[in-house]
Design a protein around this ligand. Sequence first.
Ligand code: HXC
Length: 258
Amino acid sequence: MAYETLIVDIKDHIALIRLNRPDALNALNSTMMAELAKALTEADRNEKVRAIVLTGSDKAFAAGADIKEMSDKGFVDMFEADFFTPETEAMLRVRKPIIAAVSGYALGGGCELAMICDFIIASDTAKFGQPEINLGVVAGIGGTQRLTRFVGKSKAMDMHLTGRFMDAEEAERSGLVSRVVPVKKLLDTAMEAADKIAEKSQVTVKVVKEAVNRSYETTLREGLLFERRVFHMLFNTEDQKEGMAAFLEKREAQFRDR
Ligand code: HXC
């Protein structure tokens, strides 16, 4: 499927989705958001795909929502369009893991998009920010909520109120990103992480994603109960038998996603 604003490549078991509006530093316009929701949904449905990598260019993951597209809109336009909500809801329904491979700018909606993914691997040139305040607005697809949960209130307030950027080292130290690698190694590292995930039982992978995400949505007590139940439940899968037998027999597990 050809897209106007994305390059999508299915390599072995990995769907690699690249944001591709180089002239606008991958600013997220309506076309790109609709295409991204579609590409992610299709990758989720594609039985061959076992993990997804979302990336941009060396210079920009995405420099935010497209300011040119938004600037003349009024409240009713944004409200009636429910601006970017259906697209982000579709992304959140994806059950397969999505790794954000971030180099360069991840600002505003770009930072928020990276945080919608399951984890972020950053290049040493990555810069994260929520500079919406400079435009007289606020984050709109999760930045005030997700950044606060990632890095805590003090840093989130600092980022949202001053509009300053956070470099990769600070982002790793603060828990926003899982690892930082040299820019030349970014895509290989993200693809290797996706390959590792692709080797696992896809039943277990989906359960892990659900359980970790549950920690954002519920109390500790309910989250612990959910974890305990899915842990017990997995003892009813062939892949649990295979995984534990393989360990005891000192061999690699051959998971069948059953
Ligand atoms: C539209 C953008 C853009 C954006 C960059 N461009 N960011 N166009 N929307 N968010 C365009 C520029 O207009 C320019 O096009 C080209 O990309 C290159 O950008 P420059 O500014 O010339 O590059 P540089 O000097 O290197 O500066 C890079 C930058 C700066 C620091 C990233 O571009 C910048 O501050 N961008 C805006 C970042 C931002 O405020 N993001 C938050 C947006 S609001 P031309 O045609 O002039 O060459 C948001 C809300 C989310 O994200 C809520 C969602 C619902």
